[in-house]
Design a protein around this ligand. Sequence first.
Ligand SMILES: Cc1cc2nc3c(=O)[nH]c(=O)nc-3n(C[C@H](O)[C@H](O)[C@H](O)COP(=O)(O)OP(=O)(O)OC[C@H]3O[C@@H](n4cnc5c(N)ncnc54)[C@H](O)[C@@H]3O)c2cc1C
Length: 389
Amino acid sequence: MRKFDGFDFMMTDSLLSEEEKLVRDTVRAFCEEEAMPKFMEHYEKGTFPTELIEPMAKLGIFGATINGYGCAGVNNVSYGLMMQELERCDSGLRSFASVQSGLVMYPLLMFGSDAQKDHWLPKMQKGEALGCFGLTEPDYGSNPGGMITTAVDDGDSYVLNGTKMWITNGVMADVAIIWAKVDDVVHGFLVEAGTPGYEARSVTHKLSMRASDTAELILNDCRIPKSNLMPGVSGLSSALKCLTQARYGIAWGVLGAAMDCLHEALEYSKDRVQFSKPIGGYQLTQQKLADMCTELTLGQLLCMQLGRLKDDDRMTFAQVSMAKRNNVRKALEIARKARGILGANGISGEYHSMRHMCNLETVETYEGTYEIHTLVLGAELTGIPAYDN
Ligand SMILES: Cc1cc2nc3c(=O)[nH]c(=O)nc-3n(C[C@H](O)[C@H](O)[C@H](O)COP(=O)(O)OP(=O)(O)OC[C@H]3O[C@@H](n4cnc5c(N)ncnc54)[C@H](O)[C@@H]3O)c2cc1C
């Protein structure tokens, strides 16, 4: 297959600085040389490639946009390009980095005490400590405000009870950010692995995100020191701000999965001969390829503007909802079309499109489902929320 050299139909490279291109190309080279060759095996086994954590840390991927604590301090467009390249390998690899950066290091930076930041952020940047973000519960996903996990004030500690479900990096994590209610108000707590009453169990039998660590977190009279409360949290909105960070990374990330699928399908269509000529020479295939390339290009332009707005501190959560919702749906459609163009080979692990397609089913659900982002946009446009909090 011809080497991947990017899809840039609208010459969006001209919108990138030299530094942004260097960041992208460096992460791309790492993924092609070290990550991609081993991912299918991990996907089949249902394991996460922990050996990639240290090299990712050395590339400055964790907490990349943070200034200080040893972090790279790159801009948000560079961060988005990092997510794109990681997800060109696998959504599980991007999810790992998204959670560590957007859902653990970001809340620590925004809402943590100085002692919490000084203790965790440098280790997390180096990949020496891993974190997870426990918001979803078995009965509360789209509506996290209904959560039933509680923290009870007891002298110099809090005692936590409840269950968190579908938590990325949960088994590997050295610390979990647990969102729990104290007297009906949501707060964020740091629960360290090994604390009595805290257990992380692997979620098995997944048909999507197989190379990602997904866990159920059980809190059973789990006692933590009061100093483990994140003091800057002000209710559920603080948790939702973290999700805006992570969704920004998703909007960019899925472009990578879509690029990999389009590249694979395009190259295959030029080689695979049926009837008298390559299948890429037939109009029906060309229509699919034209649609795939167009949607990818629109997604690239959307992310580029979103990133510039974020770097300018003007990005809104509704804009992120639009980008997450549309880019994931379009990436999923691209993956499905690619799988079809590959025919029977498309279901083989020798090719990547079906793995991307299965992963993207999760990406469409997590961090706000397609439907929930539709309602966010509906509320933004009309001023009338269609859901109750
Ligand atoms: C692999 C994986 C990793 C994850 N990682 C994390 C993590 O690290 N941390 C974390 O906290 N969570 C995580 N999640 C959980 C994820 O965020 C939730 O699954 C998601 O928010 C949806 O919640 P739910 O699954 O309970 O679906 P539900 O909320 O039960 O929704 C089911 C369906 O109903 C629809 N629906 C719900 N409400 C409405 C409405 N008002 N109108 C119309 N339709 C509606 C939804 O769109 C969906 O189609 C992860 C999930 C997966 C699969």
